[in-house]
Write a protein that binds this ligand. Structure first.
Ligand code: FES
Ligand SMILES: [Fe+2]
Length: 361
């Protein structure tokens, strides 16, 4: 599936950038192939515009923010770095420094503005009117949990690959054999899967190695422990991984696999823990998950990002029983596409249609 060719994904909120990244001025991001610029407006709210000035097309992300007097500051209106045209969060040009102060600016002088809001420490963007809410993360406001912003990084793969991997119990003994995977038991434990409107809920208990260096993470000292996993998938590209150790320690990871274009995604990862910094430091938790995350990244970047979604296409990818969560993700994505009058778009499907037009030109 080529995500940039499926318009329905423009109708969802996507986590695009931690708000802390925007404190010192505008930053670029590519969302579903669309170049956008993010900045914090004068009210302290994140804003997103098309990253293209309507004067001579310079990237607005090369500019800076200005206050009401036109003075550079970290937040406010965004000023193009080429000739200084200045935009508000609605995309309207509100100041042209070369004009006399009382000269009217045409309302046609504007760039596209996208819906942008702050939630859970991130700027979220929807390119079109969203059809679903931002997934709920109750732990963010729960005093019993601490929030750790674990990862924000680009991966050379697609959200579909990261999603199915996150529910795939049969890769632990291989991809994670050097960390928590138990190499001697490659047969995956069974998932209990319960479907709902926005995806599914999946529950299972797995064995996990628990060397001394993991004791603070798990809160237990047995050499092999268990992880009670309560996972959930949210359309289109988010998941919740709730790990409970026998100690009662909860390790809850929320991921948004934000689509950049057809070959790249942004990994946005929050971690919530119901213990304290004294029990296990945030840095230790970041380091622990970083090793595991690197293992997944390395193998996923070797896969074809154009993942098969419409399983009626035979002979492209083969599956086994433990791929069931991934198949359910596909089912939900196919239902979503069908509901919006779309079919899966994949590499090569329309080459015959495109090439003759290109040749004629
Ligand atoms: S290109 Fe942006 S002000 Fe000229
Ligand atoms: Fe993994």
């Amino acid at each position: 599936m080529l995500v940039t060719r499926q318009p329905v994904f423009r109708k969802f909120w996507h986590a695009v950038m931690p708000l802390t990244e925007l404190a010192n001025g505008p930053k670029p991001f590519r969302l579903l192939g669309e170049d956008i610029v993010l900045f914090i407006d004068a009210d302290g709210q994140p804003a997103a515009l098309r990253d293209r000035c309507c004067h001579r097309t310079a990237r607005l992300s090369k500019g800076w923010c200005v206050d009401g007097e036109g003075q550079a500051c970290g937040t406010g209106a965004i000023q193009c770095g080429y000739h200084g045209w200045t935009y508000d969060r609605s995309g309207q040009v509100i100041r042209i420094p070369q004009y006399e102060a009382d000269r009217r600016i045409s309302p046609e002088y504007r760039t596209t503005a996208y819906r942008c809001t702050a939630r859970y420490g991130y700027a979220w963007v929807a390119l079109e009117e969203p059809i679903a809410d931002i997934p709920s993360i109750p732990e963010f406001d729960d005093l019993g949990y601490r929030t750790i912003f674990q990862f924000y990084e680009e991966w050379q793969t697609s959200p579909m690959r990261a999603l199915e991997n996150s529910f795939d119990n049969s890769h632990f003994s291989f991809v994670h054999r050097a960390t928590f995977g138990v190499a001697a038991s490659p047969k995956p434990s069974k998932y209990e899967l319960v479907e709902n409107d926005s995806g599914f809920y999946a529950e299972t208990i797995i064995d996990a190695t628990n060397p001394v260096k993991f004791h603070a993470i798990s809160g237990v000292t047995d050499p092999i422990t268990t992880r009670h996993m309560r996972n959930a998938y949210f359309l289109p590209f988010s998941r919740r991984l709730d790990i409970e150790y026998p100690s009662g320690v909860r390790h809850i990871i929320i991921n948004c696999f934000t689509p950049i274009d057809d070959g790249r995604m942004q990994l946005c990862q929050w971690l919530f823990r119901n213990d304290t910094e004294a029990d296990c430091t945030a840095q230790m938790l970041i380091d622990f998950d970083e090793v595991i995350t690197r293992e997944d990244k390395d193998i996923l970047e070797s896969t074809d990002p154009d993942a098969l979604v419409d399983t009626r296409r035979r002979g492209v990818e083969y599956s086994m029983e433990s791929d069931r969560p991934g198949m359910l993700i596909r089912k939900h994505l196919m239902q979503l596409l069908a509901k919006h009058g779309e079919a899966e778009v994949y590499r090569g499907m329309d080459e015959n249609a495109v090439i003759p037009i290109a040749k004629a030109a």
